[in-house]
Write a protein that binds this ligand. Structure first.
Ligand code: PLP
Length: 391
């Protein structure tokens, strides 16, 4: 790595986040001296068990679970999403219909495509409008007696647009006996979540999106939902998920949840995001916001902006030379050079979709970093727009 972290302006927090020093301090002893197995009957093992259970309480508290037993640790958000949807289909084995949206993360979208193509499931793909919002009437109409699961994200990873999962949960509950799964990966740690006030049956989260390390996540499974195990083996996680618990990572996830619950800087992150977004939209005539302009319906840290007649990849590369890290969409499709499925679903014209940049802020960003970004971006964008053959 040529650049030190000191020099980086990291505006790619929806891709992943820095492990917080407090989180690292909490997990560190479990990487060396506290190495026992939580399933062991001796005192050393029981200490590990206690640490896992403290972490479970910390996760349950952050997401407002009714009961700590509703939280099961997994390896990542993708595993949690896969388990939720495949588990729901197995649980309701006579039902083969899934409802989801066209703007889900690949962990849900590609899985549902696979289930449609290879497993004979029927999938209803709900579209969004040009602001990235769902029409809930379409969801109501899509529910069928054979719908096994409805899977909808809480916050979109590319645009930050929030779906009204409380309202959706009511519609699902009142009109079907389908399970309701929510991909909450981008929302946890960024907005308040209180699952007990909702009809959500299954809820996925991932530690690396909010300052825990990569490789740990959780699935909330509402009490009474007998979701079959995805990984079969030993009786860990009360029989829900086999495999020796990744104690250091679980402890880290718990610490990150506690830190998120105590965090009082959300207004500061929002202010910086607003400043970045407002200034870019004001200064650059070819800049367009992707996602609703109603900021109450968007994550406070995300701004997805298209620069018409430019290539997002070129902007990214020029910002990279300045030490500024951004993304052209979700990190998972950044390599594939296919325009974002999310922007396509929003019917953003190609000339705009190609030039989209996602800025995603976090707790460690400071105002001078935003000022620097605002200072260098207009020059980069206007140079590229001048050179553009598509102009
Ligand atoms: N769901 C959403 C909305 C995401 O943004 C991501 C990661 O970007 C995932 C799921 C997958 O999470 P993980 O990287 O932990 O597998």
């Amino acid at each position: 790595m040529s650049r030190t972290n000191e020099k980086i302006i990291y505006l790619d927090n929806n891709a992943t986040t820095q492990v917080a020093p407090e989180v690292f301090a909490a997990m560190r002893p479990f990487l060396n001296e506290l190495y026992g197995n939580p399933s062991s009957a001796h005192t050393f093992g029981r200490e590990m068990r206690r640490a896992v259970e403290v972490a479970r309480e910390q996760v349950a508290s952050l997401i407002g679970a009714n009961d700590v037993g509703e939280v099961v640790f997994t390896s990542c958000g993708s595993e949690s999403d896969n388990w939720a949807i495949r588990g729901a289909l197995e649980l309701k084995s006579e039902k083969r219909h899934i409802i989801t949206t066209m703007v889900e993360h690949e962990a849900v979208r590609n899985l549902c495509e696979f289930l449609a193509e290879k497993k004979g499931c029927g999938v209803t793909w709900l579209g969004v409008d040009s602001d990235g919002l769902l029409d809930l009437e379409n969801l109501r109409k899509a529910l069928r007696p054979d719908t096994a699961v409805v899977s909808v994200m809480l916050a979109n990873n590319e645009t930050g647009v929030l779906f009204p999962v409380e309202e959706i949960g009511k519609i699902v509950r009142e009109n079907s006996d389908a399970l309701f799964h929510v991909d909450g990966v981008q929302a946890v740690g960024k907005i308040p979540i209180d699952l007990k006030r909702t009809q959500i049956d299954l809820f996925a989260l991932s530690g690396h999106k909010f300052h825990a390390p990569k490789g740990v996540g959780a699935l909330y499974i509402r009490k009474g939902v007998n979701l079959p195990s995805f990984i079969i083996g030993g009786g860990q996680e009360r029989g829900h998920r086999a495999g020796t618990e990744a104690v250091p990572y679980i402890v880290a996830l718990g610490a990150a949840c506690e830190m998120a619950q105590r965090f009082d800087g959300h207004a500061g992150v929002r202010r910086l995001r607003d400043k970045l977004e407002d200034t870019i939209l004001e200064k650059l005539p070819n800049a367009h916001l992707n996602g609703t302009g109603d900021r109450t319906k968007r994550l406070p840290n995300t701004a997805n902006i298209s620069f018409e007649h430019t290539e997002g990849e070129s902007i990214l590369a020029h910002l990279d030379e300045e030490g500024i890290c951004v993304s052209t969409g979700s990190a998972c499709n950044a390599e594939s050079h296919v325009s974002s499925a999310v922007l396509r679903a929003m019917e953003i014209p190609y000339s705009r979709a190609q030039g989209s940049i996602r800025f995603s802020l976090g707790r460690y960003n400071a105002e001078p970093e935003i000022d620097r970004t605002i200072a260098v971006l207009p020059g980069i964008v206007s140079r590229l727009a001048e050179m553009s053959p598509i102009k």
